[in-house]
Design a protein around this ligand. Structure first.
Ligand code: PGA
Length: 250
Protein backbone atom coordinates (compact mmCIF):
# COMPACT_ATOMS: atom_id res chain seq x y z
CA UNK A 1 0.00 0.00 0.00
CA UNK A 2 1.30 3.46 -0.81
CA UNK A 3 1.75 6.02 1.93
CA UNK A 4 -1.18 8.16 2.94
CA UNK A 5 -1.19 11.63 1.50
CA UNK A 6 -2.22 14.80 3.33
CA UNK A 7 -2.67 17.94 1.25
CA UNK A 8 -3.23 21.41 2.67
CA UNK A 9 -5.17 23.80 0.45
CA UNK A 10 -4.60 27.30 1.77
CA UNK A 11 -7.09 28.78 -0.72
CA UNK A 12 -6.80 32.62 -0.71
CA UNK A 13 -4.94 32.75 2.61
CA UNK A 14 -3.03 34.16 4.45
CA UNK A 15 -3.10 37.92 3.82
CA UNK A 16 0.62 38.61 3.40
CA UNK A 17 3.93 37.10 2.41
CA UNK A 18 5.17 37.46 5.97
CA UNK A 19 2.23 35.49 7.35
CA UNK A 20 2.66 32.87 4.63
CA UNK A 21 6.27 32.35 5.63
CA UNK A 22 5.35 32.01 9.31
CA UNK A 23 2.54 29.57 8.48
CA UNK A 24 4.77 27.41 6.33
CA UNK A 25 7.49 27.36 9.01
CA UNK A 26 4.83 26.38 11.56
CA UNK A 27 3.72 23.47 9.37
CA UNK A 28 7.32 22.33 8.87
CA UNK A 29 7.76 22.19 12.65
CA UNK A 30 4.37 20.57 13.30
CA UNK A 31 5.01 17.82 10.76
CA UNK A 32 8.59 16.90 11.76
CA UNK A 33 7.60 13.56 13.21
CA UNK A 34 5.67 12.29 10.22
CA UNK A 35 7.39 9.28 8.75
CA UNK A 36 5.33 7.31 6.26
CA UNK A 37 3.06 10.18 5.30
CA UNK A 38 3.33 12.22 2.11
CA UNK A 39 2.64 15.89 2.83
CA UNK A 40 1.81 18.57 0.30
CA UNK A 41 1.07 22.23 0.92
CA UNK A 42 -0.73 24.27 -1.74
CA UNK A 43 -0.30 28.00 -1.08
CA UNK A 44 -1.53 30.72 -3.43
CA UNK A 45 0.84 31.17 -6.42
CA UNK A 46 2.72 34.22 -5.07
CA UNK A 47 3.75 32.31 -1.94
CA UNK A 48 5.13 29.21 -3.68
CA UNK A 49 8.66 30.58 -3.91
CA UNK A 50 8.66 31.68 -0.28
CA UNK A 51 7.70 28.20 0.87
CA UNK A 52 10.36 26.77 -1.41
CA UNK A 53 13.02 28.81 0.42
CA UNK A 54 12.13 27.46 3.88
CA UNK A 55 14.57 24.62 4.62
CA UNK A 56 12.66 21.34 4.74
CA UNK A 57 13.00 17.97 3.10
CA UNK A 58 9.61 16.56 3.89
CA UNK A 59 6.89 18.81 2.51
CA UNK A 60 6.18 18.97 -1.21
CA UNK A 61 4.55 21.97 -2.81
CA UNK A 62 1.50 22.18 -5.00
CA UNK A 63 -0.56 24.81 -6.78
CA UNK A 64 -4.31 25.26 -6.39
CA UNK A 65 -5.07 25.34 -10.11
CA UNK A 66 -3.39 25.47 -13.52
CA UNK A 67 -4.27 26.84 -16.91
CA UNK A 68 -5.60 24.54 -19.62
CA UNK A 69 -3.43 26.49 -22.05
CA UNK A 70 0.25 25.99 -22.72
CA UNK A 71 1.43 29.61 -23.04
CA UNK A 72 0.55 32.88 -24.70
CA UNK A 73 -1.89 35.75 -24.51
CA UNK A 74 -4.02 34.59 -21.60
CA UNK A 75 -4.04 37.39 -19.05
CA UNK A 76 -3.89 36.19 -15.43
CA UNK A 77 -3.44 32.53 -16.30
CA UNK A 78 -0.61 30.46 -14.82
CA UNK A 79 0.68 27.50 -16.79
CA UNK A 80 1.72 24.06 -15.58
CA UNK A 81 5.28 24.59 -16.76
CA UNK A 82 5.51 27.83 -14.71
CA UNK A 83 4.27 25.96 -11.63
CA UNK A 84 6.69 23.14 -12.20
CA UNK A 85 9.59 25.56 -12.71
CA UNK A 86 8.92 26.96 -9.21
CA UNK A 87 9.60 23.54 -7.74
CA UNK A 88 5.99 22.51 -7.16
CA UNK A 89 5.13 18.91 -7.95
CA UNK A 90 1.37 18.73 -7.33
CA UNK A 91 -1.61 20.70 -8.56
CA UNK A 92 -5.22 20.68 -7.39
CA UNK A 93 -7.55 20.55 -10.40
CA UNK A 94 -11.33 20.80 -10.49
CA UNK A 95 -11.85 22.07 -6.96
CA UNK A 96 -15.52 22.87 -6.43
CA UNK A 97 -14.64 26.52 -5.81
CA UNK A 98 -13.19 26.60 -9.34
CA UNK A 99 -16.04 24.58 -10.80
CA UNK A 100 -18.50 27.08 -9.31
CA UNK A 101 -16.91 29.83 -11.41
CA UNK A 102 -16.84 27.95 -14.67
CA UNK A 103 -14.49 24.96 -14.68
CA UNK A 104 -16.40 22.24 -16.51
CA UNK A 105 -15.32 18.60 -16.70
CA UNK A 106 -13.97 19.36 -20.18
CA UNK A 107 -11.79 22.17 -18.87
CA UNK A 108 -10.71 20.03 -15.92
CA UNK A 109 -9.68 17.35 -18.41
CA UNK A 110 -7.59 19.82 -20.43
CA UNK A 111 -5.92 21.06 -17.26
CA UNK A 112 -5.08 17.50 -16.19
CA UNK A 113 -3.47 16.77 -19.55
CA UNK A 114 -1.41 19.99 -19.37
CA UNK A 115 -0.33 19.23 -15.80
CA UNK A 116 0.79 15.72 -16.76
CA UNK A 117 2.87 17.12 -19.64
CA UNK A 118 4.74 19.26 -17.10
CA UNK A 119 5.25 16.28 -14.78
CA UNK A 120 2.89 17.67 -12.13
CA UNK A 121 0.72 15.28 -10.12
CA UNK A 122 -2.92 16.32 -10.59
CA UNK A 123 -5.13 16.07 -7.52
CA UNK A 124 -8.46 15.71 -9.28
CA UNK A 125 -11.42 16.88 -7.19
CA UNK A 126 -14.78 15.28 -7.75
CA UNK A 127 -17.98 15.31 -5.73
CA UNK A 128 -21.65 16.11 -5.89
CA UNK A 129 -23.32 19.38 -4.86
CA UNK A 130 -26.24 17.65 -3.18
CA UNK A 131 -27.22 14.13 -2.19
CA UNK A 132 -30.54 12.98 -3.60
CA UNK A 133 -32.45 9.92 -2.48
CA UNK A 134 -32.47 8.32 -5.96
CA UNK A 135 -28.69 7.93 -6.17
CA UNK A 136 -28.32 10.46 -9.02
CA UNK A 137 -25.20 11.74 -7.26
CA UNK A 138 -23.49 8.45 -8.09
CA UNK A 139 -24.10 8.99 -11.81
CA UNK A 140 -22.72 12.52 -11.49
CA UNK A 141 -19.51 11.29 -9.85
CA UNK A 142 -19.21 8.56 -12.48
CA UNK A 143 -19.43 11.04 -15.36
CA UNK A 144 -17.06 13.45 -13.63
CA UNK A 145 -14.49 10.64 -13.58
CA UNK A 146 -15.14 9.55 -17.16
CA UNK A 147 -15.04 13.09 -18.58
CA UNK A 148 -12.18 14.43 -16.46
CA UNK A 149 -9.93 11.44 -17.16
CA UNK A 150 -10.55 11.34 -20.93
CA UNK A 151 -7.35 10.51 -22.89
CA UNK A 152 -5.42 9.82 -19.68
CA UNK A 153 -3.46 6.56 -20.05
CA UNK A 154 -3.18 3.72 -17.57
CA UNK A 155 0.46 4.65 -17.08
CA UNK A 156 -0.40 8.29 -16.38
CA UNK A 157 -2.90 7.17 -13.73
CA UNK A 158 0.12 6.30 -11.57
CA UNK A 159 0.58 10.04 -11.20
CA UNK A 160 -2.99 11.02 -10.48
CA UNK A 161 -4.70 11.40 -7.14
CA UNK A 162 -8.48 11.51 -6.75
CA UNK A 163 -9.99 13.66 -4.00
CA UNK A 164 -13.62 12.95 -3.20
CA UNK A 165 -15.04 16.18 -1.85
CA UNK A 166 -18.81 16.33 -1.49
CA UNK A 167 -19.51 20.02 -1.98
CA UNK A 168 -22.08 20.05 0.83
CA UNK A 169 -19.31 19.11 3.29
CA UNK A 170 -16.77 21.76 2.27
CA UNK A 171 -15.89 25.01 4.02
CA UNK A 172 -17.70 27.18 6.49
CA UNK A 173 -21.01 26.75 4.59
CA UNK A 174 -20.91 22.97 5.01
CA UNK A 175 -24.30 21.53 5.94
CA UNK A 176 -22.60 18.57 7.61
CA UNK A 177 -19.47 16.38 7.37
CA UNK A 178 -19.70 13.19 5.35
CA UNK A 179 -19.86 10.07 7.46
CA UNK A 180 -17.01 7.55 7.21
CA UNK A 181 -19.57 5.05 5.84
CA UNK A 182 -20.52 7.47 3.07
CA UNK A 183 -16.84 7.80 2.21
CA UNK A 184 -16.28 4.03 2.12
CA UNK A 185 -19.29 3.57 -0.13
CA UNK A 186 -18.04 6.28 -2.46
CA UNK A 187 -14.50 4.93 -2.52
CA UNK A 188 -15.80 1.51 -3.58
CA UNK A 189 -17.89 3.20 -6.26
CA UNK A 190 -14.93 5.29 -7.52
CA UNK A 191 -12.80 2.14 -7.73
CA UNK A 192 -15.51 0.40 -9.72
CA UNK A 193 -15.68 3.29 -12.19
CA UNK A 194 -11.87 3.45 -12.48
CA UNK A 195 -11.83 -0.28 -13.04
CA UNK A 196 -14.37 0.10 -15.87
CA UNK A 197 -12.41 2.97 -17.47
CA UNK A 198 -8.94 1.45 -16.99
CA UNK A 199 -8.61 -1.87 -15.14
CA UNK A 200 -8.73 -3.20 -11.59
CA UNK A 201 -4.99 -2.75 -11.12
CA UNK A 202 -5.28 0.98 -11.80
CA UNK A 203 -8.41 1.17 -9.64
CA UNK A 204 -6.63 -0.33 -6.66
CA UNK A 205 -3.40 1.62 -7.08
CA UNK A 206 -5.07 5.05 -7.29
CA UNK A 207 -5.15 7.00 -4.06
CA UNK A 208 -8.59 8.28 -3.10
CA UNK A 209 -8.54 11.11 -0.57
CA UNK A 210 -11.41 12.56 1.42
CA UNK A 211 -11.96 16.31 1.65
CA UNK A 212 -14.62 18.39 3.38
CA UNK A 213 -14.37 19.72 6.95
CA UNK A 214 -11.55 17.34 7.92
CA UNK A 215 -10.25 18.05 11.40
CA UNK A 216 -8.11 16.30 14.04
CA UNK A 217 -11.26 14.87 15.65
CA UNK A 218 -12.83 13.20 12.60
CA UNK A 219 -9.66 12.22 10.68
CA UNK A 220 -9.14 8.84 12.39
CA UNK A 221 -12.62 7.61 11.47
CA UNK A 222 -11.95 8.36 7.79
CA UNK A 223 -8.58 6.60 7.93
CA UNK A 224 -10.39 3.61 9.45
CA UNK A 225 -12.85 3.91 6.56
CA UNK A 226 -9.87 3.42 4.17
CA UNK A 227 -9.25 7.03 3.17
CA UNK A 228 -5.82 7.19 1.50
CA UNK A 229 -5.38 10.64 2.96
CA UNK A 230 -7.00 14.06 3.05
CA UNK A 231 -7.45 17.32 1.23
CA UNK A 232 -7.67 19.83 4.06
CA UNK A 233 -8.89 23.42 3.77
CA UNK A 234 -9.45 25.41 6.97
CA UNK A 235 -7.40 23.23 9.30
CA UNK A 236 -4.37 23.45 7.01
CA UNK A 237 -4.10 27.10 8.11
CA UNK A 238 -3.45 26.00 11.68
CA UNK A 239 -0.10 24.18 12.02
CA UNK A 240 -1.14 22.41 15.22
CA UNK A 241 -4.36 21.05 13.73
CA UNK A 242 -2.73 20.20 10.39
CA UNK A 243 0.07 18.42 12.26
CA UNK A 244 -2.52 16.46 14.24
CA UNK A 245 -4.28 15.35 11.03
CA UNK A 246 -0.90 14.27 9.61
CA UNK A 247 -0.17 12.34 12.81
CA UNK A 248 -3.41 10.36 12.35
CA UNK A 249 -2.15 9.28 8.90
CA UNK A 250 1.17 7.85 10.10
P1 PGA B 1 -12.44 22.51 4.31
O1 PGA B 1 -12.05 22.65 2.77
O2 PGA B 1 -11.49 21.52 4.93
O3 PGA B 1 -12.30 23.88 4.86
O4 PGA B 1 -13.86 22.01 4.34
C1 PGA B 1 -11.75 21.50 2.02
C2 PGA B 1 -11.50 21.87 0.59
O5 PGA B 1 -12.11 22.83 0.10
O6 PGA B 1 -10.69 21.23 -0.08
Amino acid sequence: MSKRLVIGNWKMNPKSLKEAEALFKGIVTASKDSKNVDIVVCPPYPFLTTAKKVPNKKIKLGAQDTSEMLEGSYTSQVSSSMISSLGATYVIIGHSERRSIGDTDEIVNKKILQALKSKLIPVVCIGENVRDTHGDYLALVKYQLIDCLKNVSKLQMKNIVIAYEPVWAIGSHATRVATPEEFTEMKIFIRKVLSDIFDSKVAHATRVLYGGSVNPQNAQAFVDATADGFLVGRDSLNPKKFGAIIAVCK
